[in-house]
Design a protein around this ligand. Structure first.
Ligand code: PLP
Length: 392
């Protein structure tokens, strides 16, 4: 893959470039096969053919049936539809939702709205110092009013992988629908919904070299879901709106490529990540790896540095030609320390000094070594100026 304009891009958890093979697969659906997939004439049928093939591809990868795949406008929409859709469909039987404090805002803010505006009760389970939810806590928290459990597959800030299969077993044994936000897991982890045992699963194409603005929600057959967006009967009445065929084709192509090369790619990225982590921890004092030491996404290296502001590190790296992020892109501009990090027991003043480096296909050992050559100097300069950091 070509290198993006910024000389070294290490922010793949925020988004990725679109793979040229994905663009090629999408292009015919803009100009030649542009029909409305609901039209019954041949132009429409051609578009519908592309859409249904994309749906079959996604279903095959997920070990699901095509009817269980809903195309959406993004990962956030998939999360909203899963949570609000199940919550509203189950209002007769209960009002309790179980989730965690480290979910993406697409889950977290949806739960808060259900709590504040619609009378739901939400339990936010604790996480340990690595950001892991204890399945036993899930089991203990279920009541006869619980209508939904939503725990993410892998965390977007620290890369920790949650024990979703275990949680799913508990949820299934108690008859409660279980949703997992797999947006960060899409390109890296096993997505077989039968093996995982989940009832709902969210994906977003732009995290695995597909286009922005298209997502998937897997909804297991028999799961009650009230549509959030009403209108025509698209997506089997679960998501109204003329289907975005080129983007569905792009998502399916990107997912197929990502999952096909997953094992080799993960090995390569994990080796680069380990080199990066070891390099950072061995050259910069008062630094900690955040997230689980082993149960983490292969491309995620995230840290906290005492006595510095994460945003200043990101700006320093940007000047040095490296694109990185502090926490998640979606929390940029918020004053508070990352709730993910504070929920893991990291004090707010330290959580402010977070840096997330997320690797991707185009990164090389030279890229890692370049970052290791500039980062210690950036941290040292910032610490010299910082009233919060005492040089030993
Ligand atoms: N869930 C997680 C874990 C994410 O990391 C993101 C995006 O960063 C989303 C949901 C939202 O996805 P989208 O940007 O497609 O709305």
């Amino acid at each position: 893959m070509e290198k993006p304009e910024c000389s070294i891009y290490m922010d793949h958890a925020s988004t990725t470039a679109v793979d040229p093979r994905v663009v090629d697969a999408m292009l015919p659906y803009f100009t030649r096969k542009y029909g409305n997939s609901s039209s019954i004439h041949s132009v429409g049928r051609e578009a519908a053919g592309g859409l249904e093939e994309a749906r079959r591809t996604v279903a095959d990868i997920l070990g699901a049936e095509p009817e269980e795949i809903v195309f959406t406008g993004c990962g956030s929409e998939s999360d909203n539809l899963a949570i609000r859709g199940v919550a509203f469909a189950s209002r007769g039987s209960g009002n309790h939702i179980i989730t965690s404090p480290i979910e993406h805002h697409a889950v977290g803010h949806t739960c808060v709205q259900l709590e504040k505006e619609f009378g739901f009760e939400v339990t936010y389970l604790p996480v340990d110092r690595y950001g892991v939810v204890d399945p036993e806590d899930v089991a203990r928290t279920i009541t006869d009013r619980t209508v939904l459990i939503s725990i993410m597959y892998a965390n977007n800030e620290v890369g920790t992988i949650e024990p979703v299969a275990e949680i799913a077993r508990i949820a299934r044994s108690r008859g409660i629908p279980f949703h997992t936000d797999a947006v960060q897991a899409g390109g890296a982890l096993d997505l077989d919904v039968r093996r995982l045992g989940v009832d709902l699963l969210s994906l977003s194409a732009h995290k695995f070299y597909g286009p922005k603005g298209v997502g998937v929600l897997y909804v297991r057959q028999g799961t009650s879901l009230m549509p959030v967006q009403t209108g025509g009967g698209h997506e089997r009445n679960r998501r109204a709106g003329t289907e975005n065929v080129p983007y569905a084709v792009g998502l399916a192509t990107a997912l197929r490529l990502a999952q096909k090369h997953r094992t080799e790619k993960n090995q390569r990225l994990a080796a680069l990540r380990d080199r990066l982590v070891e390099g950072v921890l061995s050259t910069i004092p008062d630094t900690e790896l955040t997230g689980h030491p082993t149960e983490r996404l292969p491309n995620n290296a995230s840290f906290v540095f005492e006595g510095v502001e994460g945003e200043s590190i990101v700006l320093g790296l940007d000047l040095a030609g490296v694109a990185a992020s502090s926490g998640s892109a979606c929390t940029t501009g918020e004053e508070r320390a990352s709730q993910v990090l504070t929920s893991m027991g990291i004090p707010p003043e330290i959580a402010h000094g977070s840096l997330r480096l997320t690797l991707g296909s185009e990164n090389s050992e030279e890229d890692v070594d370049y970052v290791l050559s500039v980062l210690p100097g950036i941290i040292e300069r910032l610490r010299r100026m910082s009233p919060l950091y005492q040089v030993a």
